[in-house]
Design a protein around this ligand. Structure first.
Ligand code: UDP
Length: 322
């Protein structure tokens, strides 16, 4: 297939682009490099540096595209609370312009990076796709708004659409000389922060609360290897149906606590990694774990890199190579 990958210079987008190329697809990456890195774009892809709305119209206007995988987004929860305009503009308005370009140029398929943040504080865990969507911050709300737009375009214009709701994406794509992983200028995610301690660029890791209603008192999350996540995107491209918008949770269905993550990082890196208990972070739910049956049943997706030690070892391999 000939595919447009928006945000293909970012963490998840670049790894998916690599998987698509390895599977023999033709890939055009569109990225404005506002948060992505030019050197993360896999060498087999055509790279276009442009803003999403206008860029997509121009790229798709060349014709012959079989699908779009849409990763480009702003994704910092805290920033979305203090500067929501960036999320309504950069996520919602830009995605609307992308959808219009898709419609104008009759591209048949779309796979969208949605998020578990669309559910907000869950009533039940594991979280099924049928759970109520009540995002607790503008980031989650902007992704949910895009999901709603996509549903209406699928119904009205026959788009074959899939939204993949990621839980905690982690790990790195380590294949020969290609190492693609998390490299945010403002890093907020647990595993890369812990690995910064192991590599000596940070003194200690703060544990945001040890009095949560969980077995060891720290928050529990469902960490999913970025390569498993990429596999789901390839399956979604094959299984989508014209006029339908399918939504799938992507998680392993198993949760690990913050303390378990820190302990695993200690054993993988051999570094003592000092940890300091800090106040809870606003907006953190205690437990977020996916009920992933739908992706298994309908896409045939089965994450295979679910061991936390494997996820951390790949992230460490990437971090050490930098
Ligand atoms: N966390 C932590 N210390 C940090 C960063 C994160 O204790 O320096 C915790 C955070 O409170 C959450 C978990 O680690 O319970 C995962 O956070 P992350 O930001 O990686 O992902 P999120 O679940 O917020 O999407």
């Amino acid at each position: 297939m000939k595919l447009l990958v928006t945000g293909g210079a970012g963490y998840v987008g670049s790894v998916c682009a690599a998987h698509l190329l390895e599977a023999g697809h033709e890939v055009v990456v569109l990225d404005d490099l506002s948060t992505g890195h030019r050197d993360a774009v896999p060498s087999g892809a055509t790279f276009v540096e442009a803003e999403l709305g206008a860029g997509a119209d121009e790229v798709l206007g060349a014709g012959g595209f079989d699908g779009v995988l849409h990763f480009a987004a702003r994704s910092l929860v805290g920033e979305s609370v203090t500067e929501p305009e960036k999320y309504w503009s950069g996520n919602v308005v830009a995605s609307f312009r992308l959808l219009e370009a898709i419609r104008r140029h009759a591209v048949p398929r779309l796979v969208f990076s949605s998020t578990a943040a669309t559910y907000g504080e869950p009533d039940q865990v594991p979280i099924p796709e049928s759970a109520p969507t009540r995002p607790t911050n503008p980031y989650g709300a902007s992704k949910l708004a895009i999901d709603h737009m996509i549903t209406s375009y699928a119904t009205a214009h026959g788009l074959a659409a899939t939204s993949l709701r990621y839980f905690n994406v982690a790990g790195a794509h380590v294949a020969g000389d290609t190492h693609l992983g998390e490299r945010h200028t403002v890093e907020t995610h647990l595993i890369p922060l812990v690995l910064q301690v192991a590599s000596g660029t940070r003194e200690s890791i703060s544990i945001f609360g040890d009095d949560w209603p969980t077995p060891d008192g720290t928050c529990v999350r469902d960490y999913i290897h970025v390569d498993d996540l990429a596999d789901a995107h390839l399956l979604a491209l094959q299984h989508s149906t014209a006029g339908d918008h399918a939504v799938y949770n992507l998680g392993s269905g198993h949760g690990f606590s913050v303390l378990e993550v820190v302990e695993t990082c200690r054993s993988v890196t051999g570094h003592p990694i000092p940890a300091v208990v800090a106040p809870r972070r606003a907006g953190d739910p205690a437990v977020l774990v996916a009920a992933g049956h739908r992706a298994a049943e309908q896409l045939g997706w089965k994450p295979s890199r679910t061991a936390l030690a494997r996820i951390v070892a790949d992230a460490w391999e990437f971090a050490r190579g930098r």
